[in-house]
Design a protein. Structure first.
Length: 608
């Protein structure tokens, strides 16, 4: 997830671009850059780090340019540095490209372009686009873009300028957002509305598979074949703060609704649906992964629960001991670790102090270390032997939502990949699992439509003092996560338990005032969990059932039912996560708490 901004008109473009990037910096803060078409050619300025680093180098440049592009980056390919920052250019410095998303076939395209004499300077997938357009350019920039798009696979929003078409911006999208601001004698482009509001409130949203050509006087929208598309502008009356959240009240709920895209991005380019092949370039040699004889997950908080889900799945798929360790405890124990142990460190930020120190201990014991991380260039990514990125984009809300579901997605792919390498999973089973995973974004979108139903449920329970969450097998960690979310943002005391532990203590708390959220799936231990629900019912507990199996038994015992789509076990934890997130969020909103910045909490715990 990156920030894109563009302008063509009569005004000096440099301050417009910098202002737009300031309003979009929440979308990416690894690096930033601008490209300007001056009278004597293309000028590109870019720097790693926060936006002020770029502002410092351009503050002394007296630009007269009236067309340009700007970008603030959330790195996916290539570490955050000056070279990998956007914009990227072709070898002739005639074409500049900015890009949000992932080009899945960039390595294949790069190889073919190198054979034709193109020289690459960055580690990014984006640079391929500039070279590809340059190769295809014959005097018509929109046509070259159309031809390039037919060769590109992936999810992207991109914008291009060229010194050979000095009054045009050409933009296109599939999956990633792009919005056009329409003005008088000027037009704007951005990845999100906040960059436009100080200039215009008349906008056009691009849909997937559409291309736009902007100049001073007009905006033309067409499909990738060049067929024109007519679209009326929309008037935006949001303030800037609301616009940063895309109209949502909080970043947390915005990021909750971004989960279908986050999961799609986490899956993107990592498997072939037809063959069932998985492509995980972690940096650890496949031969070493074949020889591992133990897996240990290290994490804290929500990430720990992602590791617990992975443990349940991996125990079905691998014939290995699987351990899940709390980062803050592991480093003070004397863990059994050998050179054939794979230690998987899970951290959204890659800077979690306890988890990081535990990974260092594992490295001292000669374990293979693999980071599951969202932030490119973070400490875990630099120190681990290998890394798999979540590709979820910046997560602003302190309570993790989309990073958690992206962790579940990447960990699931890793488990399937290890099953293939270690010959414990047949190819047909892997292929079936991937076909199920492929459906996840659409199922998540359908599930998010239940938000009004869950909000209404929250209105009945926002003033209670305690909650219990119960689950078994892969849903036990989701029960833990549901309780944690409620505690974090609403300050209601909540506990998550394995449902079979109910009789070993928690059942003493059950009375007519105690809401109990029970996660129950047809895919695992259904009869046992139903028996636990009966025990709660017998003690007059208030039962909120989240289930993919609505039947007479569930309807008889449950006071409230939230239905999730029925699917295979591989997706069960992912789908059940959405209702517990939404329930916690709406209860917190009704209680008037600071949802995005809960008291006493920080996004990344960087001290012990």
């Amino acid at each position: 997830m990156c920030g894109i901004v563009g302008y063509v008109g009569e005004k000096k473009v440099q301050p417009i671009l910098l202002d737009g990037l300031r309003r979009l910096e929440y979308r990416g803060y690894d690096s930033s850059g601008i490209a300007l078409i001056e009278a004597d050619g293309l000028r590109v300025y870019k720097r790693s780090g926060k936006l002020q680093a770029l502002e410092q180098i351009v503050s002394e440049k007296l630009s007269k340019a009236t067309i340009g592009l700007g970008h603030t980056r959330w790195a996916t390919h290539g570490e955050p540095n000056d070279t990998n920052a956007h914009p990227h250019t072709d070898n002739h410095d005639n074409i500049a490209v900015i890009h949000n998303g992932i080009i899945e076939n960039h390595l294949d395209l790069k190889k073919k372009l190198q054979e034709k004499g193109h020289t690459f300077v960055s580690d990014t997938d984006t640079e391929v686009i500039a070279h590809l357009i340059s190769e295809l350019y014959d005097g018509d920039l929109p046509k070259a873009m159309q031809q390039a798009l037919k060769r590109i696979r992936g999810a992207y929003a991109l914008a291009v300028i060229s010194t050979d078409a000095p009054r045009q911006i050409v933009a296109a999208k599939t999956s990633s957002p792009l919005v056009i601001g329409v003005g008088e004698g000027e037009n704007f482009l951005a990845s999100d509305v906040p960059a436009l509001l100080s200039h215009t409130r008349e906008v056009l949203y691009l849909n997937d598979g559409e291309l736009a050509v902007l100049d001073d006087q007009s905006v033309q929208i067409m499909d990738f074949d060049g067929n024109p598309i007519e679209r009326a502008t929309q008037h935006i009356n949001w303030d800037v703060a609301t616009a940063q959240k895309s109209g949502y009240k909080h970043f947390m709920i915005k990021e909750t609704h971004e989960q279908p895209m986050a999961v799609a991005d986490a899956l993107s380019g990592r498997f072939d649906l037809e063959t069932g092949e998985i492509f995980l370039d972690s940096g650890i040699d496949d031969e070493a992964l074949k020889n591992i004889d133990q897996i240990t997950f290290l994490a804290c908080g929500t990430a720990l629960y992602a590791g617990l889900v992975a443990k349940y799945l991996y125990q079905d798929w691998l014939q290995l001991p699987i351990n899940v360790e709390t980062g803050s405890e592991f480093r003070y124990s004397n863990p059994y670790i050998t050179e054939n142990t794979l230690v998987v460190t899970i951290s959204q930020s890659g800077e979690t102090a306890d988890t990081l120190e535990s990974m260092r201990l594992a490295k001292q014991k000669n374990a293979r270390t693999l980071g599951i991380v969202n932030v490119v260039g973070s400490t875990v990514t630099r120190e681990a032997d290998g890394v798999l990125y979540l590709q979820a984009g910046p997560e602003i809300g302190v309570a993790s939502t989309k990073a958690f579901t992206a962790q579940l997605t990447v960990l699931t792919l890793l488990g399937l990949y290890l099953g293939k390498l270690q010959s414990t999973l047949p190819q047909d089973q892997i292929k079936n699992a991937l076909q199920t995973m492929h459906k996840a974004p659409e199922l998540l979108r359908e599930l998010l439509k239940k938000e009004p139903e869950i909000e209404a449920l929250a209105s009945q329970f926002f003033d209670v003092q305690n909650f219990l969450y119960l689950g078994r097998d892969v849903l036990f960690p989701i029960a833990l996560e549901g309780a944690l979310k409620l505690k974090e943002i609403s300050y209601i005391h909540a506990e998550g338990y394995a449902a079979g532990e109910l009789k070993h203590g928690p059942i003493a708390l059950i009375d007519e005032h105690m809401p109990v959220v029970v996660l129950i799936t047809k895919n695992s231990v259904y009869d046992k969990v139903l028996s636990n629900v009966e025990e709660v019912k017998a003690r007059k507990g208030i039962i909120i059932a989240i289930t993919d199996e609505v039947n007479e038994d569930i309807e008889r015992v449950a006071d409230h039912i939230i239905e999730v789509p029925a699917t295979d076990k591989v997706l069960t934890p992912l789908l059940f996560t959405i209702p517990v997130q939404l329930l916690a969020y709406h209860i917190a909103v009704l209680r008037g708490t600071d949802v995005d910045q809960p008291r006493n909490l920080a996004k990344s715990v960087t001290v012990e």
